[in-house]
Write a protein that binds this ligand. Structure first.
Ligand code: SAH
Length: 379
C-alpha cells in the first residue's frame, strides 16, 4: 500500500493527499483506530482533530505536552509512554507520524507502508512562520497579543474573529480546554501551557512571560483559551501583564461553557416562567474553605439557577451546604461533562443526590453542574 496523505484532519474525515499521484482523498476517521506517533505540539493538533472526528486515538511518545497527557488522563485517548516501536503500526487503520523528527517520521511512514497500514505523509516541519525569530527584528512594532475565547471545545464554536486571529498568528499559546482542533494545519508555533487539575501546570507568571516575550520580539501572539477569556480564564491577569509591558493587547470574547455546556444538554440557563436569572460560580474550593469568598447560604436563597464550574471534587460539599441552607433537596440538578466533545455525557438527578450520581458514573473534570428548575427541562 502506498504512503499517502497530507497532514490535515478535518471534521470527521482525515484529508489525505497522494503525494505521487497528486490528488486529495478523505478518510473517514469516526470509530477508526488511529496511531499518532509523537507527543509534541505537532502531534497535539493531529490528536485533537482526530478526537473531534470521533477516532479511537492511540499516542506513542516518551513525553507529551500537557494537553495530550490531560486527554489520556480523561480516557479520551490512549497514551503509551514510551518510544515508538516498529510493531506499533500494526492493528491500526491509520498511522499519523507527528514526532517532529523527520527521520523518525519517515521511518514510521515506511514501516506503516510495509505493514499495509494507511499513513499520512509526515510533515516536513519547514513552516516558515514557526522558525526562529531572525526576521522579526525588521518589524518590531507589529508584535501584539490577542486573547481569544475558543468556546467550549468544538472547533465550530470559536467565533469568526477568533478563528481569523488564530489563523494569522505567529505563535499560539494554548490551553487544554481550548478547541485544539483549530490548531491543525496552522503554520504558527504552538505553545501548550495546559493546566491539568491536580497535575502538571504552567504557572500563570510563566504564561504571562511567554506572551510578553514573543510579542516583544515582534510576533503576533494568540492566547487561545477555552470558553470566554474572562470567565474563570485569568484573562484579566494576562491583559494586565501585557499592558504593564507596553504590549498592545486585544480580546476576542468566546462562547462560555457556563452557558453552552448546559445548552448542549438541552438545558436553557433561563426559561420564562421558571427562572429570572442564573448565577455562575466557581467551586474550585469548597464552602467553608478559608479561600472561599462565596456566600453559599445566600446562593441557596437567590432564586436563580446556579451554574457551578470547577466543581466535580467539591460537589458533595457544595450540594450539602445548599440543602443545609434551605434549598429544597428535590431541586433538579444536572452535570454535563466534556460538553461539545465526542465524549460528552450528562447525568440528571436532584440536588440531594447529584453528587452521588456523578461519583457513581465516574464523571470527572471538565464538568458543569446546573442546579435549579431548568435542569429538569426535557432534552
Ligand atoms: N473560561 C472557561 C472556563 C474556565 S474554568 C469558560 O468560559 O468556559 C474551567 C471549567 O470550565 C471546568 O472546570 C469546567 O467546569 C468548565 N468547562 C470548560 N469547558 C468545558 C466543557 N467542554 N465541558 C464541561 N465543562 C467545561
Amino acid at each position: 500500500m502506498p504512503t499517502i496523505g497530507a497532514h490535515s484532519v478535518n471534521e470527521r474525515t482525515a484529508a489525505l493527499m497522494a503525494r505521487d499521484a497528486g490528488f486529495r482523498a478523505t478518510f473517514p476517521v469516526s470509530g477508526r483506530r488511529v496511531l499518532v506517533v509523537g507527543g509534541g505540539t505537532a502531534a497535539l493538533a493531529q490528536v485533537a482533530s482526530l478526537r473531534d472526528g470521533g477516532a479511537r486515538v492511540t499516542v506513542v511518545a516518551a513525553h507529551s505536552v500537557p494537553s495530550i497527557e490531560d486527554l489520556a488522563e480523561r480516557g479520551v485517548v490512549t497514551w503509551h509512554t514510551r518510544a515508538y516501536d516498529r510493531g506499533d503500526v500494526v492493528g491500526h487503520d491509520l498511522v499519523v507520524p507527528a514526532s517532529g523528527d523527520p527521520l523518525l517520521d519517515a521511518r514510521v511512514a515506511a514501516e506503516a507502508a510495509d505493514a499495509g497500514t494507511w499513513c499520512t505523509v509526515p510533515d516536513s516541519g519547514s513552516s516558515p512562520r514557526s522558525e526562529g525569530g531572525e526576521d522579526v527584528g525588521n518589524c518590531p512594532n507589529r508584535g501584539r497579543v490577542v486573547l481569544v475565547g475558543g468556546g467550549p471545545g468544538d472547533p465550530g464554536l470559536i467565533t469568526v474573529a477568533g478563528l481569523e486571529a488564530v489563523r494569522s498568528a505567529d505563535v499560539v499559546v494554548t490551553d487544554r480546554l481550548a478547541p485544539l482542533g483549530v490548531l491543525d494545519g496552522l503554520d504558527a508555533e504552538v505553545v501548550d501551557v495546559g493546566k491539568i487539575p491536580r497535575g502538571r501546570s504552567t504557572p500563570q507568571e510563566e504564561i504571562n512571560r511567554v506572551l510578553v516575550t514573543h510579542a516583544a520580539a515582534g510576533k503576533r501572539v494568540v492566547r487561545l483559551k477555552g470558553g470566554d477569556p474572562f470567565v474563570f480564564g485569568r484573562g484579566g491577569e494576562e491583559v494586565e501583564a501585557c499592558v504593564a509591558a507596553g504590549i498592545p493587547v486585544d480580546v476576542v470574547p468566546g462562547v462560555t461553557s457556563a452557558i453552552a455546556g448546559p445548552a448542549l444538554a438541552g438545558i436553557p440557563v433561563t426559561h420564562r416562567g421558571l427562572s429570572q436569572g442564573f448565577t455562575v460560580v466557581s467551586g474550585h474550593v469548597p464552602p467553608g474553605d478559608p479561600r472561599s469568598t462565596l456566600d453559599w447560604d445566600a446562593l441557596a436563597r437567590s432564586g436563580t439557577n446556579l451554574v457551578l464550574l470547577m466543581a466535580v471534587a467539591t460537589l458533595p460539599a457544595i450540594t450539602e451546604t445548599l440543602v443545609a441552607a434551605g434549598l429544597d433537596p428535590a431541586t433538579p440538578a444536572a452535570t454535563i461533562a466534556d460538553a461539545t466533545l465526542p465524549t460528552q455525557r450528562s447525568v440528571r438527578a436532584d440536588v440531594a443526590t447529584i453528587a452521588a450520581r456523578v461519583a457513581a458514573e465516574g464523571i470527572g473534570a471538565p464538568a458543569i453542574t446546573v442546579v435549579g428548575d431548568v435542569a429538569a427541562r426535557p432534552v
